[in-house]
Design a protein around this ligand. Structure first.
Ligand SMILES: [Zn+2]
Length: 247
């Protein structure tokens, strides 16, 4: 990244915003369509950092000079929950850079459909603030929906990134409330690290799912339904009665 731009700003947050926008506008491509570049929004009223002029997809970027952990601080809690509910979440780029030489080390893309209520945690309201902020719990997002774009300093091909994005984006056809369930069950089956696996292995997470979805009293039936949804979407293969495998 062009670190020399830092001298144009005093505030470190403004420095990285300027530098990462410069870099993004010259290096990012659209994962949703064949567009080879993303653009900066035409004015500051847009609530996104980048957009694709070809397909209209919106992107936010959060840059950090430390490795991308399991939790990312975000904006207002109510606004985020409303955006999820109304299907308005943007795609999120998480950029990890080295500040000493302004090098991009890692870049992760979380597609817009991967945000579920399970991945948002409300922070305590701070004194003097009009509303509570939230954190994005990356650990509650399925591994498949955290797409590497740059990994340990090496860029992945646009074709590789688009192939994974196109798989995940299939979830947009599901209503938001159902999608939250599907994402949770996908995360759990990806965490099993076994193939094939039986329903019982997923039932073992019933208590965790109960806490994430307190309004549902038929957890095992819901799990079975969501395993079938994952099969229909191509994320799972049905082996035999009550037995599944990741493709
Ligand atoms: Zn596009």
């Amino acid at each position: 990244m062009p670190g020399e731009l830092a001298c144009a700003r005093k505030n470190p947050r403004q420095q990285i915003k300027l530098i990462s926008e410069w870099w993004g506008a010259r290096n990012l491509f659209c994962p949703n369509c064949p567009a080879e570049a993303l653009s900066l929004p035409p004015n500051d009223t847009e609530v996104c950092d980048f957009m694709c002029v070809r397909c209209g997809e919106r992107f936010e970027m959060k840059a950090m000079n430390s490795p991308i952990g399991g939790v990312v601080p975000d904006g207002g809690y109510c606004a985020m929950m409303r955006a999820i509910d109304e299907g308005r979440t943007p795609n999120l780029f998480l950029l990890h850079y080295e500040r000493n030489d302004w090098r991009v080390t890692n870049l992760l893309l979380v597609p817009q459909v991967a945000f579920s209520t399970s991945a948002i945690e409300k922070c305590a309201k701070l004194p003097g603030r009009p509303y509570a902020l939230c954190k994005i719990l990356l650990r509650n997002i399925p591994p498949l929906a955290k797409i590497p774009v740059v990994k340990e300093g090496k860029a992945l091909s646009a074709g590789t990134v688009r192939a994974v994005y196109n798989r995940i984006i299939e979830l947009r056809h599901e209503p938001v409330h159902e999608r939250c369930w599907t994402l949770d069950v996908l995360r759990i089956v990806q965490s099993l690290g076994e193939k094939p696996f039986a329903n019982d292995k997923v039932y073992a997470f019933a208590h965790e799912l109960e806490k994430l979805h307190p309004d549902n009293r038929h957890i095992k039936a819901k799990i079975r339904q969501q395993l079938q949804v994952l099969r229909d979407l191509g994320f799972l293969q049905h082996v035999s009665s009550g037995l599944w495998r990741l493709p």
